[in-house]
Design a protein around this ligand. Structure first.
Ligand SMILES: [Ca+2]
Ligand SMILES: [Ca+2]
Length: 227
């Protein structure tokens, strides 16, 4: 009797992982705001930078766009954050909502060779009357190396939330206006005073700040409603 042993040999083929050229990522632009949330009329700054550059950068042509009804660029606020890199033009504000900036390195000792924050610009939120989102878009960014080889950066954008302070006297429900809804809240707390357990939550209905919610507050609120 012959025992035939069949040896199955399992050969596993390991597929080499095809690396999508991760060593050469696309050069990109970055925008970072000094604040995420501002109040109407408040100033803030935005920093423009580049990441993943593959060759030395000597010149840059960048264009920012934003809604001029929501924010404005503060003239003369732009400044370089890199030694030896200058802003050649004070960006024109003649086209509202659009800024084009040209940057250049001053000689072969000042190229940008790695991730860097390059310029800072000042903006001011408009006096909006309701919460608004302001978006600053980098719509075009072209960089050049020493050989005149141009590269287009991936566009990017930055969103700034403009939040209206609703501390309007008499606006008890926080909807930005004084109306009958506020009177409803006040009426529900009528007669309460500083000894009431929930006073800290409702004392904004004490319009004349005398420590009690009474007919004088109702009358004051009624006057604001019909004004
Ligand atoms: Ca209200
Ligand atoms: Ca009162």
């Amino acid at each position: 009797m012959t025992i035939i042993a069949v040896v199955l040999s399992c050969v596993s083929f390991t597929n080499p992982v095809v690396n999508a050229d991760a060593s050469d990522p696309m050069p990109s632009a970055t925008l970072v705001g000094s604040k995420k949330v501002v109040m109407p009329g408040e100033s803030f700054t935005v920093k423009y930078g580049i990441t993943s550059v593959s060759s030395d950068v000597y010149a840059q042509d960048i264009t920012f766009e934003f809604d001029p009804a929501v924010m404005e660029y503060l003239p003369d606020s732009i400044r370089s954050l890199q030694e030896g890199v200058i802003i050649i033009n004070e960006p024109s504000t003649s086209t509202p909502g659009k800024l084009r900036v040209l940057l250049a390195s001053l000689g072969s000792q000042y190229p940008i060779t790695s991730d860097a924050e390059i310029v800072e610009l000042g903006f001011k939120a408009a006096d909006v009357i309701q919460d608004t989102e302001g978006v600053i878009r980098l719509t075009q960014a072209i960089i050049s190396d020493s050989q005149g080889e141009e590269s287009v950066l991936q566009p990017t954008s930055l969103t700034i939330q403009i939040t209206v302070n609703t501390e309007l006297p008499g606006d008890l429900n926080g909807d930005g206006k004084v109306s009958i809804g506020d009177l409803g809240i006040m009426a529900a707390h009528y007669g309460k005073d500083s000894s009431s357990p929930d006073w800290s939550k409702i004392n904004h209905a004490d319009l004349n700040k005398d420590g009690k919610i009474d007919i004088a507050d109702l009358a004051a609120l009624a006057k604001k409603i019909v004004e």
